[in-house]
Design a protein around this ligand. Structure first.
Ligand code: ATP
Ligand code: MG
Ligand code: MG
Length: 555
């Protein structure tokens, strides 16, 4: 069991174990509907459900909540399995709610037999209007008092495909004046006579509503605690009613926790699907997407997502989480893990006028800073022509500019101190080259190596550097809450037009040439980068920016 202080859910599970309440080990499940890719909200739920199983010697099932034939697809099943495993979790059993249809049907017949369910001929629309309001009771359906025999015959007819979609539904018979609206004869089964279900084909005609499928699926699997988000709080009563009426002993109970909402993004499959379908992003795994596949493609490691989930914990109240907390987890993880290299995103040519033409020397460069417990070094080429970043030079610098400017000195990382002697411009007045001198005694080990200058900048040797494409990803939305837009607009209008900036010709030191695709680095002074897994190829280097070095988002 964990040593840190327990959240309210773990406290309950710990008590279950201590008291033997369920007579079985803690059993959780992660129940996605396969109608989209998993996002960071799901990651939170995965870490919670699988984490509890691991910590308390229990089990966690992966159950596909695949009860809607109109939206689900095997492609999503595959992506969900991949993402859960990538996050570092393995399920005890892989189950499908669609395998429980027969079992749920038996329970439906049982309820009818007990006089606890009836077939209603009202449309779903009529049922909604007749449900009443919080302050007034509902109107009982004219079909509410059908006999058990008639109900059974109709239910069998529904199952046999005798009735068209929408002509009948099975409802629980509870209380049309119940204070909890959900308990006013909730819908259990609907007809989808001709729909094609991705696993059941067209043989199955009646599909369960969420409430009917969910708790009973939990009960069938012997789940102990069914963890779900707060919006299902009012559903707890029907959950308990159904598992009770179906006759389960020691049935599971539901515990609700806060849904994750992250600033500057949306965590809803429906909205993410729109971004994909309308072409605002390149797909579910676009590195700007808050999906697990998007994070993976961007270069985030599963460790960072798990750390993030642990940092935010679980709470009983909804609250938006600042994206900075996630970015901090990502940086923290990469800082300890990935080697440093030198790269220049906006190359500006520097010619060292006193460095011998045609000469190359190798400089030793440490792969990790002193505060990272990893070692290793590499040799990087140095020559008369270099690239530095254009942002590291200013012709008329302000007082505290400690990088390069005319007549001033700067240290080249792992190399010499250079001094800018002349600025070369083209006809339009753009700076195209800096002519500098270097001090040969300022290299590490040289006579002047202790000489102090205020700034150190990254560089690459121009003839040796590799060209690469760099993709700078930023927040997908301009607003912390993308739904917070003026009347008549929706979250699409809050998209950040600069969420992707492509630099077609950046320069990186040649030591990365033979690293496998999918390698991660810190480009010193720039950020953390990932060699793009899909679009990189031999001779074509592409890097995704995973995250910058500090929170540099201009608000
Ligand atoms: P969406 O609104 O994105 O479709 P959902 O809840 O309908 O989400 P499911 O596939 O049903 O998606 O979710 C599977 C599990 O993940 C559920 O137990 C659900 O509670 C949990 N989950 C989904 N979104 C979040 C979130 N934002 N924060 C925490 N848990 C979530
Ligand atoms: Mg759902
Ligand atoms: Mg949903």
């Amino acid at each position: 069991a964990p040593t840190r202080s327990l959240d309210f859910i773990r406290e309950m599970v710990a008590e279950d174990v201590a008291t033997g309440r369920f007579g079985r080990a803690p059993a959780t499940r992660f129940p996605p509907e396969p109608n989209g890719f998993l996002h960071m909200g799901h990651a939170k739920s995965i870490c919670l459900n699988f984490g509890i199983a691991k910590e308390y010697g229990g089990t966690c099932n992966l159950r596909f909540d695949d009860t809607n034939p109109l939206t689900e697809d095997v492609r999503y099943v595959e992506s969900i399995k991949r993402d859960v495993q990538w996050l570092g979790f393995q399920w005890t059993n892989e189950y499908y709610a669609s395998d429980y249809f027969e079992k749920l049907y038996e329970i439906a017949e049982l309820l009818v037999t007990k006089g606890k369910a009836y077939v209603d001929d009202q449309t779903e629309e009529q049922i909604r209007t007749n449900r009443g309001t919080v302050t007034s009771p509902g109107t009982p359906s004219p079909w509410r008092d059908r006999s058990v025999e008639e109900n059974l015959a109709l239910l069998r007819g529904m199952k046999a495909g005798e009735f068209p979609d929408g002509s009948k539904v099975l409802r629980a018979k509870i209380d049309m004046a119940h204070h909890n609206m959900i308990m006013r004869d909730p819908l259990l089964l609907r007809i989808r006579r001709d729909a094609h279900h991705y696993r059941r084909g067209t043989d199955w005609k009646i599909f369960p509503f969420y409430d009917f499928a969910h708790g009973l699926s939990d009960a069938i699997e012997g789940i102990t605690r069914s963890l779900c988000t707060l919006e299902f709080k009012d559903n707890r009563e029907i959950y308990d009613w159904l598992v009770q009426e179906a006759g389960f002993t020691n049935p599971p109970t539901q515990i609700e926790f806060a849904r994750l909402e992250l600033d500057y993004t949306v965590l809803s499959k429906r909205k993410l699907l729109r971004l994909v379908n309308e072409g605002h992003v390149k797909g579910w795994d676009d590195p700007r997407m808050p999906t697990i596949a998007g994070m993976r493609r961007r270069g985030v490691r599963p460790e960072a997502i798990r750390d993030f989930a642990e940092t935010i914990g679980v709470a009983r109240k909804d609250a938006r989480v600042e994206i900075a907390i996630f970015e901090h987890a990502v940086r923290n993880d990469l800082n300890m893990e990935v080697p440093r290299v030198l790269a220049v995103l906006k190359p500006l040519k520097v010619v060292l006028t006193n460095y011998p033409e045609g000469q190359t020397e190798m400089l030793e460069a440490q792969n990790y800073p002193h505060d990272v417990p990893k070692t290793g070094s590499r040799q990087i080429p140095f020559s008369r022509e270099l690239f530095i970043d254009a942002d590291d030079f200013m012709e008329d610098p302000p007082k505290k500019f400690f990088r390069l400017s005319p007549g001033n000195e700067v240290r080249l990382r792992f190399g010499y101190i250079i001094k800018c002697e002349e600025v070369v411009k083209d006809a339009a007045g753009n700076i195209v080259e800096l002519r500098c001198t270097y001090d040969p005694e300022t290299k590490s080990g040289g006579a002047n190596s202790g000489k102090k200058v205020k700034g150190t900048i990254q560089w690459v040797s121009a003839p040796h550097a590799l060209s690469c494409e760099v993709r700078l990803y930023d927040r997908l939305f301009r607003l912390p809450d993308p739904d917070d837009v003026p009347e008549g607009q929706d979250f699409i209008s809050a998209l950040n037009p600069d969420s992707l900036v492509i630099i077609p010709d950046a320069k990186v030191e040649p030591t990365v040439a033979n690293d496998p695709i999918g390698s991660r680095y810190q480009f010193e002074r720039v950020g953390y980068f990932y060699s793009e897994p899909e679009d990189s190829a031999a001779g074509k280097l592409v890097f995704n920016r995973i995250v910058g070095l500090r929170d540099s988002w201009a608000k």
